[in-house]
Design a protein around this ligand. Sequence first.
Ligand SMILES: CC(C)(COP(=O)(O)OP(=O)(O)OC[C@H]1O[C@@H](n2cnc3c(N)ncnc32)[C@H](O)[C@@H]1OP(=O)(O)O)[C@@H](O)C(=O)NCCC(=O)NCCS
Length: 195
Amino acid sequence: MLEEEYQPRRVLPHHLRKPVKPEAPFSYSIRDAVPEDLPGIREIYNYYVTNSTVTFDDKPSTLAFWRKKYESIRKAGMPFLVAESPSGQILGYTLVSPWSAKAGYRYTVENSIYLGPAATGKGLGGPLLTALLDRAREAGIREIIAVIADQGADASVKMHERLGFTEVGRMGKVGFKFDRWLGTITMQKSLRGKK
Ligand SMILES: CC(C)(COP(=O)(O)OP(=O)(O)OC[C@H]1O[C@@H](n2cnc3c(N)ncnc32)[C@H](O)[C@@H]1OP(=O)(O)O)[C@@H](O)C(=O)NCCC(=O)NCCS
C-alpha cells in the first residue's frame, strides 16, 4: 500500500462500539469431592506430575488410582474437598491421607493440595486449605503434616506458613526427578484446641 493510500482506521464513537464484556470475577465454591470429580482431579494432578517437581511422582496417575484413594478417604471419614467454578469446572482439590499405617499415628495425617494451573495465584489455596483444616479437626485429627518439595514450591511453603504450619525438618536429596536431586521441607500444624 502506498503511503498516500493509507487511511487511519476510524474509531467508532462510544455509543456505537460493541460493549466489552468485563472479565468475570474469580469465584468458586468448596464442597466434598464426589466420584464424578475424579477425572478432573486426576487431570490437575497429572499436570504437575508431567510439568513440575512439586510432586516426585513421574508417571501420570490412573483413574483407578484415584477411585481407590477416594474410597479409602471416604471410608476413613476423612476430608477430600474440591473447589468448583460457577460453571462446574474443578479448579483444585485438597485431601488428607494417613501419615502412617501404624495405629499409634492415627491422629496424624498428611495433607495434599493442588490447584489447576489457571486457578493458582488468585488466593484460592488459602481458603481451600482452611476448609480442609476445619474438616480434619472435626474428624478428630490432632496433627497435620505437609511434605513440600524444596524447589519450585515457594507458593506452597508461603501458604502453609500463613495458615500456621511451621517448618519441622528438611531432608536433602531424597528425591530424583528431571535429572536432578531434590529435597523436602516438612511443615506441621497442630489442630488441638482453638484454630
Ligand atoms: C500451592 C498452591 C495451593 C497455593 O495456592 P494459591 O492460591 O496459588 O496461593 P496464593 O495465591 O494464596 O499465594 C500464596 C502465597 O504464595 C505467594 N506466591 C504465589 N506464587 C509464588 C511463587 N511462584 N513464588 C513465591 N511466592 C509465591 C503469594 O504471594 C502468597 O503470599 P502471601 O501469603 O504473602 O500473599 C497453588 O499455587 C498450587 O496448587 N500450586 C501447584 C501445586 C502445588 O505446589 N501444590 C502443593 C504441593 S505441596
